[in-house]
Design a protein around this ligand. Sequence first.
Ligand code: ADP
Ligand code: MG
Length: 250
Amino acid sequence: MVEVRGLHKSFGTHEVLRGVDLTVEAGSVTVVIGPSGSGKSTLLRSINRLEKTERGHVSVDGEIIGYRRSGDRLHELSERHVLRQRAGIGFVFQSFNLFPHLTALDNVAEAPISAQRRPRAQVHTEALALLHRVGLGDKADAYPRQLSGGQQQRVAIARALALRPKLVLFDEPTSALDPELVGEVLDVMRDLATAGTTMIVVTHEIGFAREVADTIVFLDEGLVVEQGPPGRLLDSPENDRTRAFLSKVL
Ligand code: ADP
Ligand code: MG
């Protein structure tokens, strides 16, 4: 479903991604771990082209993100076409980023109506079903300020799903939450994983990673240092840097 090949990204002279390779199978959960500043957010943002990269490429479901192939040449896509590709990739941020002036239902329904131009009544029915799915069927008319952080993040997940994405990216979705609210968000993510959603999740929740991930990827200084199934990577890491990182977070 996702292929990242030789991805390089610099900010000025700082090379943040230094040739990242990553393969994600359809229906699988990949958890990305790594120290602060190792490039985890930049990697996610490059996958849906919130960041432009200098070298390498990302393809999602056979389409190269940001480019169109003609013969054996690549042409950069217009912003309009990039937006269309991005609509197929859900993104859940640490900070929720809900529209404060819209109800939970309208937050979920907004993009399918305005960006995908789907019929309002159908979108509203689907948005309500998504709110039920994340346990918030009774909060459709609530505004973000009336919801807890955990509830807001569950609305944000429903909003990401409303675009019917092929892939959902999560960037530390529980890091901004009070500890007692983390579980309700992880429960929703676990349900999505069970339902076969293709997910890439940056998180420090190692318990969640152990239970839900098919593959854990350890990123350090802009490179995939080690990857493997949770049992192997967490319990018998092969690389010294993986071991050093895990000894701090476990
Ligand atoms: P992580 O998510 O693993 O903590 P990031 O991908 O956010 O790491 O950042 C990796 C490095 O890139 C950090 O050193 C950060 O300061 C730098 N960086 C990220 N975004 C920008 C930006 N827009 N401009 C300049 N430097 C950036
Ligand atoms: Mg980050």
